[in-house]
Design a protein around this ligand. Structure first.
Ligand code: DGJ
Length: 712
């Protein structure tokens, strides 16, 4: 619910668990008032309804005015990180934004701020998702005059936090193969900046996300957590600034590297959304809310409720050595295991027997696939499996027909050598003709092979942003236009082929972010499929993203695994694999009969549990970060069934795992363990806990409990 109190000139954005207040001050500036647990009685806001006490701006304070403006535009005497930096046609910089109007709709609010002198308007947009304790904020800039207005910074929002002696910042960081590792930082006076300038994706290094808890007191289950996620897959900047008054504010938006946007007469620019959430019950409530948001609002409608198929992927077994023969062989074996979808990964294009050729030419290699891919697609469909294909549409190899025909489509300058990474150049996706080429190729492939699944990969960062021949102003918009066009293609795919499942892959988890959540049905969590590392990767991933999305080329991976050279038992790998969207990446043509039998049983078991596992909340009962075992509890959304996954690795001295107190259950309900019929009430399981026997290395236990049906 969103209301406007005309007497106090106060906006109140309210859900069952959260309130957010801002008001129009005496000087018509929009001032932040409150963000936190729900304020029920809006009639009695006490001090919150007063105008902000503008402190003496005398010489002792050098003119500094510590007003928590709702959107900072470099007002005089405000020195904190601005949300917008602007330059007008006459060279004047900085904006003075005052309230002009507002529009209130059922679950959204738009407040228009106008520049006092220049024809710039900024619309601040607020939107709720039903009653979830989460608010989306964004800004739209509009030039109503004749002169150009240059946006040199355009954040989605600034948000102020309550005054507290200190705050802890939690975020997720890493690198390729090591994504989503939880980081904690005590914020002192100054700025902590989470910034990405790799251009094409961010999440290998930093998930565009922050969480803050006062005095570092929140736990998994208790305390207040304020968090935010930017719906954007390119460069971003999140600045957490604690000023000299101890006031903490977060400003978040698209990145600033080489970037500016020129608004000509009557043009506008809209920022991506910044999701802002509040939890009064620790980090777990944060995760539950983010799950609900994805299940019920963000992820592609019509598909999010479907169970993800069990998938086989050719990458780990054959990499670039694909042939029609080995793929047909794998298909027969995969179908016999109960696999539901077969994905031909990288290596099917002309000359693509290594990473030096083929990217850009989205046709089958005539040498290895003289009949094209149709026989494969047909056989797959005959065997009752869906057929999926890998592409990397943003890239091109120098050794490709596309590059020979369109060298001008590649990012880079003509005055400097272009940089290669993984032997590939980046196509200038900011160009609409490049976007349209990608759309045409994708349409053709989906139609020709009746694709059920498309894996979109992206395997390098930006090296240079050159756009030869383009005016300087367009060059400065390149990084934003690039990502917008990537989204435009994903939008097209979902609209034109809504039945196809799409995998978001960027060298593993490079684009695991809330911008892509709107388009993708599956995410390559990481290129790292070492099952022990996956326990750490999955913990970070599942704190923010739905576990049913967590895929990869094979989350039942070969052993030894190339990442760490680690040798692990198949049983351990299979049980780790079941925690995500199950995919097999083992060479079935070389696997011994016993392994095939075990995989078949695993697939059958997974299918039996899948409806609950893929429609659940995940609770991290024990983390591998804290000890030699990891325990995840998957509770279905109705809280009528749950599965405990427990993994031991490196236990010493015959140590036993202490009793594990479960979470998220109905206290009054009785749950029955499938394995042995053990019965226990929810409150006993949550307070007294369960015992899980793990010893030594690589022991794994998967136990499902179901609620006893009550007879009425
Ligand atoms: C990186 C992906 O993450 C892998 O799954 C695989 O598709 C390779 N690229 C192929 O080049």
């Amino acid at each position: 619910m969103i209301t406007f109190d005309a007497r106090r000139r106060m906006f109140h954005i309210q859900t069952a668990e959260m309130s957010y207040l801002c008001s129009i001050g005496q000087d018509n500036r929009l001032v932040h008032r409150y963000w936190g647990s729900r304020l029920k009685d809006t009639e009695d806001l006490g001090e919150l309804s007063q105008d902000w006490p503008v402190q003496d701006a005398g010489c002792s304070d050098h003119g500094y005015i510590p007003v928590p403006l709702e959107y900072r535009a470099q007002e005089p005497h405000t020195f904190d990180e601005p949300a917008v930096r602007v330059r007008f046609a006459d060279g004047v910089t900085g904006a003075r934004l005052v309230y002009k109007a507002h529009r209130l709709e059922e679950n959204s609010l738009t407040i228009t701020l106008a520049e006092e002198t220049y024809p710039l308007e900024v619309e601040l947009r607020y939107a709720l998702y039903g009653d979830l304790p989460i608010l989306s904020r964004s800004a739209r800039f509009y030039n109503g005059g004749a002169g150009e207005i240059v946006l040199e910074k355009m954040a989605s929002a600034t948000v102020c936090l309550p005054d507290e002696p200190f705050w802890r910042l939690t975020h997720f960081a890493g690198r390729w193969g090591r994504e989503y590792q939880r980081q904690e930082t005590r914020l002192s006076q100054g700025k902590m900046v989470l910034e990405n300038n790799r251009g094409l994706c961010a999440a290998h290094q930093l998930t565009p996300f922050f969480a803050l808890d006062a005095r570092g007191e929140a736990t998994q289950t208790q305390g207040e957590v304020y968090y935010g996620a930017l719906c954007w897959s390119g460069d971003f900047k999140i600045t957490c600034e604690r000023n000299d008054r101890g006031m903490l504010a977060v400003t978040a938006g698209v990145g600033e590297t080489d970037t500016a946007w020129v608004l000509h007469e009557r043009e506008s620019f809209s920022t991506p959304q910044l999701l802002l959430g509040y939890s009064g019950r620790g980090f777990e409530r944060m995760s539950e809310t983010l799950y609900d948001l994805q299940y019920d609002y963000l992820c592609p409608r019509g598909k999010i409720d479907l169970e993800r198929p069990v998938l086989y992927n050719s990458w780990y077994p054959y990499e670039f050595s694909l042939t029609e023969g080995n793929l047909l062989g794998l298909m027969e074996r995969a179908a016999a295991l109960g696999v539901e979808l077969f994905v031909v990964d990288d290596g099917w294009m002309p000359g693509r027997t290594n990473d030096r050729a083929g990217l850009g030419d989205w046709v089958a290699d005539p040498r290895r696939f003289p009949r094209g891919l149709s026989p494969l697609a047909e056989r797959c469909h005959q065997l009752g499996m869906g057929f999926g294909l890998w592409i990397e549409p943003e890239m091109v190899n120098p050794d490709s027909a596309l590059f020979r025909e369109h060298p001008d489509w590649v990012l880079g300058e003509t005055t400097r050598p272009r940089t290669l990474a993984r032997n590939q150049y980046v196509l200038n996706f900011a160009r609409d003709d490049v976007r349209d080429y990608a759309i045409a190729c994708i349409d053709r492939l989906i139609d020709e092979y009746r694709l059920d699944y498309l894996k979109w990969d992206m395997n390098r960062y930006i090296g240079e942003t050159g756009w030869p021949g383009a005016p300087a102003e367009k060059r400065a918009e390149l990084r934003i236009r690039y990502i917008r066009n990537v989204y435009a293609v994903w939008e097209h795919m979902n609209r034109k082929y809504p039945h196809v499942l799409y995998e978001n892959c960027a060298g593993g988890g490079g684009r695991t972010d809330f911008g892509m959540a709107a388009y993708a049905d599956r995410i390559n969590r990481s290129d790292n499929a070492d099952p022990v590392d996956v326990l750490l990767l999955h913990e970070g991933f599942a704190t923010l993203f739905l576990p049913k999305m967590a895929g990869g080329a094979g989350n039942i991976s070969p052993s030894p695994n190339g990442m760490n050279g680690r040798v692990t038992p198949l049983d351990f790998r299979m049980k780790v694999g079941m925690m995500g969207s199950l995919s097999i990446g083992i060479n079935l043509l070389q696997a011994p009969e016993g392994e095939l039998e075990a995989l078949k049983k695993c697939v059958a078991k997974f299918k039996r549990l899948r409806a609950d596992l893929q429609n659940s909340y995940v609770y991290v009962i024990a983390s591998l970060r804290e000890g030699p075992y990891a325990v995840f509890q998957y509770v279905n959304r109705a809280r009528t069934a749950f599965t405990v996954f427990a993994f031991g690795h490196g236990l010493h001295f015959r140590d036993a795992v202490p009793r594990l107190r479960l979470r998220g259950l109905r206290p009054e309900a009785t749950y029955i363990r499938e394995r042995d019929g053990l019965r226990a009430r929810g409150d006993a399981l949550m307070n007294g806990g369960i015992h899980v026997a793990l010893h030594g290395d690589y022991e794994a236990v998967v136990d499902t409990y179901r609620m006893e049906e009550t007879k009425n």
